[in-house]
Design a protein around this ligand. Structure first.
Ligand code: BEZ
Length: 204
């Protein structure tokens, strides 16, 4: 299999970390694919993902899967059942919903990064940026106040949350998410020691 990825992307990290949690890392070739808004990689867009987004996973059959959640669901489905995601029932969809909430933190944080880093300062839209931070804070508050609902054996929602918090530390180091979220801070301090997190630390 081939994984089109960037070491800065929390979405690519989610797939890479899932591969490591499943013990599948040696069956994948990592292909650096530096995506940037306004600069589509023509070959990649034509041959892998018309949306131009990473990550994408090309299977040995030639089929390409995206987005990150679909790829993770596929990878999990190839392993023993009930690993990282309950196989059916409301527990499966509750776990997927928590991963969607953590995924939303990644989306808002990446949106803020693009708005503040790529767009000239005089054209930046403060209301939009504040709105994105509001989404991040409300999602973090939910995880802080619902620990018993999600802290247990590692699952796809926790992996996604680890990638979201890691991305905040990486791209928004001045944004102090820890002070108001002590339980999340304690959880992340332990979680980020996992080999799947240590082996996928974001870098530019
Ligand atoms: C980043 O550089 O922050 C980034 C790169 C790719 C996807 C998302 C974010």
């Amino acid at each position: 299999m081939k994984l089109f990825y960037s070491p800065a992307s929390p979405f690519a990290r989610k797939v890479h970390a899932t591969l490591i949690e499943l013990g599948l890392q040696d069956s994948v070739e990592l292909l650096l694919t530096p995506v940037l808004p306004g600069k589509p990689i023509e070959d990649y867009v034509r041959s892998q993902n018309p949306l131009g987004k990473i990550p994408a996973l090309q299977l040995d059959t030639g089929e390409t899967l995206f987005d990150s959640t679909i790829i993770c669901e596929y990878l999990i489905s190839t392993g023993p059942s009930a690993t990282l995601l309950p196989s059916a029932g409301v527990e499966r969809y509750a776990t997927l919903t928590r991963q969607a909430l953590a995924h939303g933190i990644c989306e808002s944080a990446v949106t803020i990064r693009y708005e503040t880093f790529l767009r000239p300062e005089e054209r930046q839209w403060e209301t939009w940026i504040d709105d994105q931070w509001g989404k991040v804070e409300r999602a973090l508050d939910w995880f802080e106040t619902h620990q018993v609902r999600w802290q247990g054996d590692v699952d796809l929602a926790q992996i996604t949350l680890g990638c979201a918090l890691g991305y905040l530390d990486f791209r928004a180091p001045d944004h102090d998410w820890r002070t108001n979220h002590p339980a999340l801070t304690e959880w992340f301090t332990t979680f980020e020691q996992r080999p799947s997190m240590q082996g996928t630390r974001p870098h530019a």
